[in-house]
Design a protein around this ligand. Structure first.
Ligand code: V47
Length: 381
């Protein structure tokens, strides 16, 4: 049920109610500051509840960034390091396995594995990270390597992308995270990360993954030098690939955090901007099932509110997150399941634990994972 919205939104409201697709102009109007945020939010909430009802998803997960050394110097990134900087690190296989052990001990179902493009590491080093983790802890879903890393592996190996992805899948890769998308439009991309994978590379890599039946996520980094036009253009490009393949599971709008970056003069987006971007994304990406309010980045209060502005997922319990914390995020390093569920309930939603590919997890009385609805999965003994 929608209350009265601004008369300028009448056509958009009719389209949303009829399940019709929104255009570039519609997207730009939704970003007009004169259009009340709550009106945009109500429309997004309609779509959100149509897709997910009252459910709000989360998972039990952890991050692994095996190195911060990176050949690229994206101006928005506070995490990367030069090869010889005092800040640089490379984890050993033992340290990586230790993280796997810790993840399993904490009941994690997912490890989010990304990092820098190390000047001296070969494709085999990256593949081996998945292999050793998968061999030791097959119950952990490895969501690993963004399209930017995959594009780097293509450069290193000269192998075709389907072969790279097949080798990684054989080693233990479960799905791809959505990072590295930033803003596709070259007017912006050339200013913030001119050397790395461009829009065509990013889209082609995700298309290849989808063709191999590997699910992926997608993201947009907003709140730096881009304008609303670039954001809507970005969302439309994602929507077009999704029409073709249906392989995106969730969209994650990522708010720029300026501290310790080459853009530290820019102010972090406000909660109002965050909520509007989540709502506009939900409305534009009519063919993507889920929109994540990544609490690490948004802060807990905004993430809770976002569950009524289009988002239906908070990401996870999260441990060892570095990309946002290096860039000034003040959110906790970790949230327990009890805390996450309480936050979701407080926001008026029903918490649902999911695995990485959005199967509902059922646990037994000893908290051991028994089932993902739809398909039996490993018992987390
Ligand atoms: O690609 C880097 C962004 C991304 C900053 O797939 C920054 O489930 C803000 O993609 N301020 C990596 N953003 C994180 C990411 C992600 C996160 C959570 C879940 C998933 C998923 C994916 O973080 C990068 C870049 O867009 N980023 N530096 C910064 N200073």
């Amino acid at each position: 049920m929608i209350y009265t919205v601004d008369p300028k939104l009448k056509t958009i409201q009719e389209k949303v109610e009829a399940g019709e697709r929104l255009s570039m102009d519609d997207g730009l109007l939704l970003y007009d500051p004169e259009i009340p945020l709550n009106d945009v939010g109500q429309l997004a909430n309609l779509v959100r509840e149509r897709k997910s009802g009252n459910a709000a998803y989360y998972n039990i997960n952890t991050h692994l960034n095996a190195t911060n050394v990176c050949v690229y110097r994206c101006v928005f990134c506070a995490f990367r390091s030069d090869l010889r900087s005092a800040k640089s690190y490379v984890m050993s296989d033992e340290q990586i396995l230790q993280r796997g052990a810790e993840a399993v001990e904490n009941g994690c179902t997912e490890m989010h594995v990304v990092g820098g493009l190390h000047h001296q590491k070969k494709f085999e080093w990256y593949k081996n990270i998945l292999q050793i983790l998968h061999d030791a802890y097959p119950q952990l879903h490895l969501k690993g390597w963004t399209a930017v890393e995959l594009n780097w592996f293509e450069f290193l190996t000269k192998m075709p992308m389907d072969q790279i992805l097949t080798e990684l899948r054989d080693a233990g890769l479960g799905s791809l995270p959505g990072g590295g998308a930033e803003i596709f439009h070259p007017e912006v991309r050339d200013q913030i990360c001119e050397h790395k994978a461009d829009c065509k590379n990013w889209i082609d890599i995700h298309r290849t993954a989808h063709q191999l039946n590997i699910k992926t996520n997608c993201t947009m980094l907003y709140g730096h030098v881009e304008k609303p036009f670039h954001r809507i253009d970005h969302l439309i490009r994602l929507r077009e690939l999704q029409d073709e393949t249906g392989g995106f599971q969730t969209f994650i709008p990522l708010a720029f955090h300026p501290e310790n970056t080459g853009l530290s003069h820019i102010k972090k987006p406000t909660a109002v901007e965050d909520l509007r971007t989540i709502a506009v994304s939900r409305l534009m990406l009519d063919n993507v099932d889920h929109v994540k309010a990544y609490w690490i980045m948004l802060g807990i209060g905004t993430a809770q509110t976002a569950l009524s502005y289009g988002a239906d997922d908070l990401d996870g319990t999260v441990r060892h997150e570095l990309i946002y914390h290096d860039a000034g995020a003040t959110t906790p390093e970790f949230l327990s399941v009890e805390k996450l569920e309480a936050l979701i309930r407080e926001a008026g939603r029903e918490p649902i634990e999911r695995d990485t590919i959005y199967r509902k997890i059922i646990r037994d009385e000893n908290d051991r994972m028994k089932w993902s609805v739809g398909e039996e999965i490993l018992v987390n003994a």
